[in-house]
Design a protein around this ligand. Structure first.
Ligand SMILES: *Cc1c(COP(=O)(O)O)cnc(C)c1O
Length: 396
């Protein structure tokens, strides 16, 4: 089977979509909007934003430093880069995984870096600090961007040690990690800023929005300033900057979303439990990653091969159930973007085509999860039969 992009059709009217964002209802946002009528502050780190960043710092257990609120996950990444690494200078390369969402490397480009794509580790699905430390082009590298794939956090202590040993700034693209952080907590490292996205499709969203988390108060101040025209407290411009801050309107939606967060997490836990039960009932034998270290924006099926993943996708499509290769086939495979310098990307090539995103959202019904797992188990049987016909060894 050829694995061209034509085999990734978009299902316009799925019966079961792959994602179905659910943001706060109007009436839940209104009380916060009334603050704006009173204060007539609509942006510029106004009172709702201030309340929100304190509330988030509390929930995310940031005891020092705190949270800089941004207009999107992408501007959070740019703010984190400007605050920690600055614009590209002599060392122009930004080492990035190819297995990530496009914004990781667009943010690096926006700060003047040239992305250099490196392969990911087969287990963590992101860059391996020991391999980066031994990279032959290390002298030309100015910064390392590490993605938390599907919200799963990399080992921050290892990256902090890497950063100290090499002198290279490290930025974590943890765009999808908000819910993971609230569930599992995090040992923040002061020199490693973390960018989050509150885009509607993430587990916690406010439409468009994001945040930079940093336990070092000085880097945090630089991040707030870098996303506010270089201003903080005075009209004096300090440092490279953009307008990347969150508006008071989006802060209102985020406040209402936080009010509903405990109930939302309970819904996600229920869907997660439904997946565990249904996959067992229907005899799914492959690797299904739902919840835990992964964000509740995803349910991931790790097929034994790209062909097996594609067959599953087709079987789901036949029933109008959507699925998605969330990071495409890796950014190096995007025909309209790049090309970028790269290492050999054999792990990425296989992983990107084998990990298929299945439907996951807060009110996904138990009977829909059951149907998805029926298709999953049937596709596994077909794949096993095909593998034994081809004489390939079974891999379970
Ligand atoms: C969602 C996402 C982004 C982009 O966030 P926006 O808020 O859409 O700008 C960046 N990186 C990763 C890994 C993401 O999942």
């Amino acid at each position: 089977m050829a694995l061209g992009s034509d085999l990734h059709p978009v299902l316009y009217t799925p019966r079961i979509p792959v994602a179905k964002p659910h943001l706060p209802k109007t009436q839940a946002i209104v009380p916060y909007l009334r603050t704006l009528d009173r204060t007539r502050r609509y942006s510029n780190l106004g009172p709702v934003s201030q309340q929100l960043h304190r509330r988030l710092a509390d929930i995310l257990a940031l005891e020092t430093g705190g949270v800089a609120l941004t207009a999107s996950g992408t501007t959070a990444l740019i703010g984190a880069i400007l605050a920690r690494a600055g614009r590209a200078r002599a060392q122009r390369l930004a080492l990035c995984p190819s297995y990530t969402f496009v914004a990781t490397i667009s943010a690096a480009q926006s700060c003047g870096y040239e992305p250099y794509l490196m392969d990911v580790d087969a287990d963590t699905w992101t860059l391996d600090p020991s391999k980066v430390a031994a990279h032959p082009r290390l002298e030309e590298i100015g910064m390392v961007m590490v993605t938390a794939p599907y919200g799963r956090l990399p080992d921050l202590q290892l990256w902090s040690a890497f950063s100290r040993d090499t002198g290279l700034p490290v930025i974590i693209d943890a765009a999808a990690s908000f819910d993971v952080l609230t569930r599992t907590g995090c040992a923040y490292e002061p020199d490693i800023p973390i960018a989050l996205s509150f885009h509607a499709t993430k587990a916690f969203g406010c439409g468009e929005g994001g945040a930079i988390l940093c336990s070092d108060p000085e880097i945090l101040v630089r991040a707030v300033r870098a996303t506010n025209h270089g201003f903080l407290g005075t009209r004096q411009v300090i440092g490279d900057n953009i307008n990347g801050k969150m508006s008071e309107y989006h802060a209102c939606v985020a406040m209402a979303a936080l009010d509903a967060w405990p109930a939302r997490q309970t819904q996600y836990d229920q869907v997660t439990a439904n997946y565990a039960e249904a996959s067992q009932d229907h005899g799914v034998i492959g690797t299904l990653s739902v919840g835990g270290a992964f964000s509740n924006a995803y349910a991931l099926y790790h097929a034994t091969s790209p062909e097996a993943a594609m067959l599953l996708r087709e079987k789901l499509l036949e029933r109008k159930i959507d699925s998605r290769f969330w990071y495409g086939f890796g950014l190096h495979a995007e025909s309209g973007f790049g090309p970028f310098e790269q290492d050999s990307l054999t792990v990425t090539d296989r992983l990107a085509r084998s990990v298929l995103g299945l439907p996951f959202y807060c009110d996904l019904k138990a009977r829909d999860v059951s149907e998805i797992c029926t298709v999953l188990a049937a596709a596994e049987k077909l794949n096993l039969a095909a593998a034994s016909r081809n004489g390939a060894p079974h891999r379970v």
